[in-house]
Design a protein around this ligand. Structure first.
Ligand SMILES: [Zn+2]
Length: 204
């Protein structure tokens, strides 16, 4: 896979595919860069088939800021070093609007803080400690690219729609003045709480 195009100056020495994430956090690393959609296979897969040809060339701007904090797991216990990374990604993804069925660019802007731990076991413990911060298992060859791609995918709406559709479908027009009904989405595709419970049961 090719390197992302036009890396920002500070991203030049930064390897998106293999980063020592622990060292990055400990030294308070900071990087800003651009990432081309064409280098993100899972975003390409989500991109609408009739998106403009230029959709592949669009870029996401990302920032990564690592830091370390000495914290005691419980009051009175010895402090240990905990590692964190703040991640933002912004850009847009071309999707099909479910209301008017036309392609549009969905803006994406994420801002997340992750605690970086070294093992799956530590990740499970850490996520029980703190619901506010997501936990990721770092490595010395961590793929920041995949993390950024995950962030974009998680930010995509389950039911993509224009804020205001450019053309109004007949079924949405009411009254003589042809005003659009004020947002009446028929059925959001959200799992019912009962379905979620059923899913939990089968996991055990
Ligand atoms: Zn639309």
């Amino acid at each position: 896979m090719s390197q992302p195009t036009q890396p920002a100056a500070s991203a030049a020495a930064f390897d998106l595919h293999e980063t020592d994430l622990f060292a990055f956090c400990r030294k308070g690393g900071n990087v800003v860069g651009d990432l081309a959609v064409r280098d993100l296979p899972r975003i390409l897969a989500e991109t609408a088939a009739d998106a403009p040809a230029s959709a592949r060339d669009e870029t996401f701007r990302y920032t990564l800021t690592g830091f370390a904090k000495d914290e005691a797991a419980e009051p009175g216990m010895a402090a240990t070093q905990r590692l964190y990374v703040d991640v933002t990604v912004s850009g847009r993804v071309w999707l099909d609007c479910q209301r008017c069925l036309q392609v549009y660019a969905e803006p994406v802007a994420t801002d997340m803080r992750f605690e970086v731990v070294s093992t799956e076991e530590a990740a499970e413990e850490a996520s029980m400690d703190d619901d506010e911060v997501d936990v990721i298992v770092g490595s010395k060859k961590f793929s920041v690219l995949e993390l950024l791609e995950d962030e974009v995918l998680l930010a995509l709406p389950t039911a993509p729609k224009h804020v205001t559709c450019p053309t109004v479908h007949d079924s949405l027009v009411t009254g003589a003045d042809g005003e659009v009904e004020p947002e009446a989405p028929p059925e959001e595709k959200r799992p019912s709480p009962f379905a979620a419970l059923a899913g939990l049961k089968t996991k055990h």
